[in-house]
Design a protein around this ligand. Structure first.
Ligand code: BYC
Length: 313
């Protein structure tokens, strides 16, 4: 049973910027909210492989195909670090995967939008990985040690991902009028969903207040969203493209860009499973899991064989 003294001591510990480690005492609510967030993050990495995988066989050159493959492999690796970080909290990976497949666990709304053409791969790298970096740089300082260390490693790779997307956008935006139109169209479709990645506005965020007090989150959803907007506007201007928001304008008083209202109805619809690709994504993950059963069985059999050999020796 938790008592107030333990909770106060825990709060004082995180207030000193000390990292909480797997074997340390922690409030059950702290443990559970971390399992929820890290699992959602891990699921996002592996589901996030799907929209990009859609273009591996249709990449416009061998070089682009190799780069895209490397990026998608990185995402699988991120999923691995994050599932491992989550397991340190006492939950096993099979349970987490089951929760993804049965719809109990969430993953980022962004991956329920389709990648319709090659320009989308540029927009995803630039905007989706760009938004992910803004969120994850802040999570490098999260109070749970294993999550923080996973984030440090992941952020290094994400910078390359964002860059490869921006390079695709640069080539298309500076290419033929048809290529530029494709880049603009991709930007139009990915801009608002990218802003939704940061979660509901602060006033509607369920977990922010407690999670910021525990230093799991270091900045609020709206603060990070604003940071992303401010960073992306000059990048868009450099491309010669236009963000699809008539209300976007510099606010000298605030020192930030003002931007239009997000369609929260669309956000919640997608989060609740009614986006364009929710069903397709889960079906693809379930199929990959089923088809990978023999690999898991073979790995277990090999481990048992090694253990037996060691025992005999
Ligand atoms: N999508 O109280 P709130 C990548 C849910 S992968 C879906 O503000 P919190 C990449 C939220 O879970 C990067 N659901 O929550 C990979 C909660 O529901 P529950 C993924 C969302 O946790 C491959 C409810 O709404 N990054 O970059 O304080 C290729 C209320 O929200 C979303 C991460 O996962 C959403 N967008 O804050 C390319 C970052 N937003 O659980 C790229 C880690 C909110 O109560 N996660 N919800 O039923 C976080 O930083 C935080 O969890 C969030 C939300 C900022 C997302």
């Amino acid at each position: 049973m938790e008592n107030q003294e333990q909770l106060d001591q825990f709060q004082a510990y995180v207030d000193q910027e000390m990292k909480v480690e797997a074997k340390d005492w922690m409030p059950e609510k702290y443990r559970n909210t971390l399992i929820r967030q890290i699992a959602q993050h891990a699921h996002s990495e592996v589901v996030g492989m799907l929209p990009e995988a859609n273009w591996v066989t249709r990449a416009p050159s061998l070089k682009r195909k190799a780069i895209l493959l490397a990026k998608i492999q990185d995402e699988g690796g991120h999923g691995l670090y994050l599932y491992s970080a989550c397991e340190t909290l006492g939950v096993d990976r099979d349970t987490l995967i089951d929760e993804l497949h049965d719809g109990t666990a969430k993953y980022s709304s962004i991956f329920n939008y389709p990648t319709l053409n090659w320009a989308d791969i540029g927009a995803v790298g630039w905007l989706v990985d760009g938004a992910a970096i803004v969120n994850q740089v802040s999570l490098q300082r999260t109070s749970y040690g294993p999550y923080s260390r996973a984030m440090i490693r992941i952020c290094k790779e994400e910078s390359f991902h964002q860059r490869q997307g921006y390079v695709i956008m640069m080539e298309m935006a500076k290419g033929t009028p048809a290529q530029k139109a494709m880049a603009q169209d991709a930007l139009n479709r990915w801009w608002w969903p990218s802003l939704m990645m940061f979660g509901p506005s602060d006033k509607d965020s369920l977990h922010s207040q407690q999670n910021m007090a525990w230093k799991i989150k270091r900045h609020s959803n709206d603060e990070l969203r604003q940071k992303f907007v401010d960073m992306t506007v000059p990048q868009t201007e450099y491309l010669g493209l236009t963000l699809p928001d008539p209300d976007l304008k510099w606010n000298a008083e605030r020192g930030h860009y003002d931007f239009g209202e997000i369609n929260w109805d669309e956000f919640w619809q997608v989060v609740r499973g009614n986006g364009k690709c929710n069903k397709e994504r889960i079906a693809a993950r379930q199929k990959a899991h089923d088809e990978g059963a023999w690999v898991r069985e073979a790995a277990l059999a090999y481990a048992a064989k090694k253990r037996n050999k060691k025992g005999a020796a």
